[in-house]
Design a protein around this ligand. Structure first.
Ligand code: NAD
Ligand code: TDX
Length: 339
């Protein structure tokens, strides 16, 4: 069994590579990654020498390169994680999001058709459903919730999802899609809420909370997401969408206060800054379908997962300090200096 995993040098993709090599030691895992600012080869250091692992530096929009790789590897399964993933960056500059997230998806699917892959899996997001109001805690996103996006990022992911479903209906490509809630855990890029707050708190820097910090996200430990995708690619029904989430809704401000408490830092570091444009209020996944059909349940409770995550950032300072001392510093200055 050969699986092409795109975006495997990023946060969730790398955790998925580790999970698959451990859970299925007989599989060959071929990681394709362009190594954008968000991709980090040092993340994959521990598996580089594994004979069942191959890393290929490649842009998923590079049609010729992708075709050549499929001819070499003849993959059974393709799992597409590769994407521009940060909402704030999509507000600054939407174009690369359309390029990678939509065009890149079509390139990967064209190759999957040509080389008859048995399964093409698209890693999508709960953000395609838009948001829910804070005063209706009874509402959740199901797979039937209409697509209703807010940001260029979520619109590009929704565009890709529609294309994936169209390739299934029109060409019979055997696809599945997963739409997961917010992930957290090791190797999360420090531009995202949880790792950014950990890094800033450790440096006694201001903790920039957008708006009033009331926005709610539904947090899932990254390993639980990887296990859900493993189940879907093996047992999920072709042509279906599966929502993935652990019923763990928290307001941003409560997450930031918890990080302060865990690190022994004062809440006076919290600074309220100008809100994100079009900021989604609440995400909340109903995971009934994946539970009933595939028996998936989250295994890591948030209280344990956040402790493990904070400990990982304490133990792996070099990984994230190398990032925040490099090019990323310019991004941080631009996004936060006059906010
Ligand atoms: P990430 O930004 O950490 O990683 C993305 C990876 O894709 C990087 O390694 C990057 O180098 C690579 N990449 C980007 N453009 C590429 C291209 N053109 N060709 C090849 N590789 C390219 O993102 P993440 O948080 O790990 O998210 C992975 C996927 O999961 C994305 O599709 C995202 O939409 C989805 N998702 C993320 C979350 C979350 O909470 N982070 C939740 C649900 C779904
Ligand atoms: O500095 C910050 N201050 C702040 O208040 C940052 C970076 C974020 N926030 C808020 C915005 C959101 O309400 O925290 C919340 C989480 O923000 P992000 O970490 O940027 O994640 P989000 O916008 O929810 O999107 C994430 O989940 C869905 C991923 O980045 C997406 O790739 C995924 O699809």
């Amino acid at each position: 069994m050969t699986i092409i995993v795109t975006g495997g040098a990023g946060f969730i993709g790398s955790n998925f590579v580790f999970h698959m090599l451990k859970a299925h030691p007989e599989y060959r895992i071929v990681c394709v990654d362009k190594l954008t600012y968000a991709g980090n080869l040092s993340t994959l250091e521990s598996v580089m020498e594994n004979p069942n692992f191959r890393f290929v530096k490649l842009d998923i929009c590079d049609r010729e390169g992708v075709d050549k790789l499929f001819a070499e590897e003849n993959p059974d399964i393709v799992v597409n994680f590769a994407a521009e993933s940060h909402v704030d960056r999509s507000i600054e500059n939407p174009e690369i999001f359309l390029q990678t997230n939509i065009i890149g998806t079509s390139v990967m699917m064209d190759a999957s058709r040509k080389y008859n892959v048995k399964r093409y899996h698209q890693v999508s997001t709960d953000e395609v459903y838009g948001d829910l109001p804070l005063d209706r805690p009874d509402l959740f996103f199901t797979e039937e919730t209409p697509i209703h996006t807010s940001s260029p990022y979520s619109s590009s992911k929704a565009g890709a999802d529609l294309l994936v479903l169209a390739y299934h209906r029109t060409f019979g490509l055997p696809v599945t899609i997963s739409r997961c809630s917010n992930n957290y855990g090791p190797y999360h890029f420090p531009e995202k809420l949880i790792p950014l707050m950990i890094a800033n708190a450790l440096a006694d820097k201001p903790l920039p909370v957008y708006g009033k910090g009331e926005n709610v996200r539904d947090w899932l430990y990254v390993e639980d997401h990887c296990k859900a995708i493993d189940l879907i690619i093996h047992n999920g029904k072709v042509g279906e969408v599966y929502n993935v989430g652990g019923h763990n809704e928290m307001a941003n401000i409560d997450i930031v206060k918890l990080i302060c408490k865990e690190l022994g830092k004062p809440e006076s570091l919290i600074t309220y800054v100008t809100d994100r444009k079009g900021h989604d209020m609440r995400y909340a996944i109903d995971p009934t379908k994946i539970h009933n059909e595939l028996g998936w349940l989250p295994e890591t409770k948030f209280a344990d997962g956040i402790k493990k995550t904070i400990q990982w950032y304490l133990d792996n300072e070099k990984w994230w300090k190398d990032i925040i001392s490099g090019e990323y510093q310019n991004y941080y200055e631009k996004m936060y200096s006059n906010r």
